[in-house]
Design a protein around this ligand. Structure first.
Ligand code: C2E
Ligand code: MG
Ligand code: MG
Ligand code: MG
Length: 277
């Protein structure tokens, strides 16, 4: 780092920064091992219709469960993986595993109709992404028209042109596209005109005070209207209270997901949960 700085200028490179970098490297190495040692697992969180609680799908959420140690949350390890191509290896594993599990559920009673998978920008824009997806859809035809890719707005802002052509390929494979954490980035609405987006996921930040704050309710109401006009589905994330759900119902929000009804679960727990629907 010091070499890139003009001579005579000061470089602030503290011990904390060095420790932080070391810590991230350690986690990245352990994560690489974890992928090889099968310490990664998909959990699944149900998504339900606001109007009648009917199950519409599940979101796959990655868990790192190191042998004999406390689980490491994705909020910690995903951003570290995203700094390198490790996120492509992890993302490929997640995508394949999601298809394999979904395909295995075909005979289950009350099985979810859809599977949503989070995709990082680097993986999405990577050289193999479309061919990987295409291979999976051909290997697991039960996933066609059943798979939704959740991407954040940042994916498009970096490279709108590449995004447009990739999304055309994705749509042609019969895979849906959802914008995750909608409304939290430095977003412009322009890309919504240009890209074949199927679904908006309203970030938990908007849902949290929807029952108490008229401002938040007004914003959600507008986003729902926008989505209706553009023919997009809306999923409210992070619904924790009956009051939040009641407000979403009043606003005619389509789908919700949150601790109120179900936390992310391992596959066995999900299968048990489905039996009680
Ligand atoms: P996300 O995709 O926005 O997922 C929603 C997060 O909110 C999940 O956290 C979920 O467990 C949590 N959540 C769901 N309902 C509630 C609720 O009612 N209250 C609260 N407080 N939280 C709720 P999680 O599983 O820790 O994942 C965090 C983030 O890590 C995800 O945010 C996503 O950005 C990323 N992530 C998780 N799995 C993957 C993956 O397989 N690939 C990639 N690229 N990213 C992933
Ligand atoms: Mg998500
Ligand atoms: Mg989200
Ligand atoms: Mg998020």
């Amino acid at each position: 780092i010091a070499k890139q700085v003009a001579p005579g200028s000061h470089v602030f490179f503290s011990q904390e920064m060095a420790d932080e970098i070391q810590e991230r490297l350690t986690i990245a190495n352990a994560l690489q091992q974890a992928l090889q040692n099968n310490e990664l697992e998909l959990y699944f969180q149900p998504q339900q219709r606001v109007a009648d609680n009917q199950l519409t799908g599940v979101e796959a959420l990655l868990r790192w469960l190191p042998e004999g140690k406390a689980p490491i949350p994705p909020g910690i390890f995903i951003p570290i993986a995203e700094e390198t191509s490790l996120i492509c290896d992890i993302g490929s594993w997640v995508l394949r595993q999601a298809c394999v599990r979904f395909d295995a559920w075909q005979a289950l009673p009350n099985r979810p109709e859809r599977m949503s998978v989070n995709i990082s920008a680097r993986h999405f824009h990577g050289p193999d992404f479309i061919s990987q997806l295409s291979l999976l859809i051909h290997q697991y035809p039960s996933c066609r028209h059943r798979l939704t890719l959740e991407v954040t707005e940042g994916v498009f802002l970096e490279n709108l042109h590449d995004s447009r052509s990739r999304m055309a390929h994705i749509k042609a494979l019969g895979v849906n596209i959802s914008i995750d954490d909608f409304g939290t980035g430095y977003s412009s609405f322009a890309y919504l005109r240009e890209l074949p987006v199927d679904e908006l996921k309203l970030d938990r930040a908007f849902i949290q005070y929807v029952a108490e704050r008229p401002q938040d309710k007004a914003i959600i109401s507008c986003l729902l209207e926008l989505a209706r006009t553009l023919n997009m589905e809306v999923v409210a994330e992070g619904v924790e209270t009956p009051a939040q759900l009641a407000t979403l119902s009043e606003l005619n929000c389509g789908i919700y997901q949150g601790y109120l009804r179900a936390r992310p679960m391992c596959e066995d727990d999900l299968i048990a949960w489905l039996k009680h629907l």
